[in-house]
Design a protein around this ligand. Sequence first.
Ligand code: 8YV
Length: 309
Amino acid sequence: MIPVNSVLQVGFFPEIMQDEVLRRLTPVMMPDPQGLIPQQDVQAILTRPSYPITPALLDQLPRVEMIACCGVGYDNLPLDYLRQKGIMASNTPGVLNDAVCELTIGMLFALLRQIPKAHEFVIHKNWSKGAFPFTTSLAGKTIGIVGMGRIGQELAARLVPFKVKIAYHGPHDKHLSYPYISSLIELARMSDILILCCPGGKETERMIHREVLEALGPSSYLINVARGTVINESDLLDALHGGKIAGAALDVFENEPNPDPRFLELPNVLLTPHIGSATQETRQAMTNLAIDNLDAFFNQRPLPTPIVL
Ligand code: 8YV
């Protein structure tokens, strides 16, 4: 049982997620993380990756011992502070792999086969004036995956049946059946499509910059379902504008929900509003896993999915 008013819910939770929260506990609501703290004696926080949990906020919540983040990414948490204060934390890995992989593959085909433009072509009655331009096939291409964690590996397994070659880059070789490329520039050079599914945070900040994009080349594509911070967006905008790469599909941005307006004008991009895990089933599962971690905390059981600090 989770005691009433012992959990501070920081941030807005969409209806299907909020229904699950209210079905399982009575939280103290704090929709705006920068807003007034409604109650200071809460023992835990429930939040989402899009809401920064700062040391300044936690300093005002002296009894907090646990933060449950309803997402797999936790680049919104002050890990050093939590470690120093002995505050536990959890995330929701695994339950969103299917949804993120499905969106990634959807964006891949939408980008390569120009599906949104083909739809526009038909609805604007251009077909009677001539054929839609040929696009490019996936079969036979090389896909470079940056970040071969749970999502990266599930994505690779789903892509192999499309007769592609897979290679990957990350902090270390995971001894998988795909070649590990220790140089990101080298992986970009050998890839027709480079897919980012690594964590956000300092280690990966702006790791996709001008040199990587130039190595990727004018006939190759970039897909980002990780975090906007992983890409140097100015370099990417220059590369897209200058034809240094063929195109990009982006589900995440440095400034959400107001991406750099220069992206909105480009003909060779596909943009989605951070919907990787945004299915009813997945968000329900994520919310319940986050609450399972809170339940374990309040009942002195091991957390099901702790963040190792
Ligand atoms: C979140 C995500 O739902 O899990 C993550 O890390 O990015 C998404 O699943 C999204 O951040 C909204 O909070």
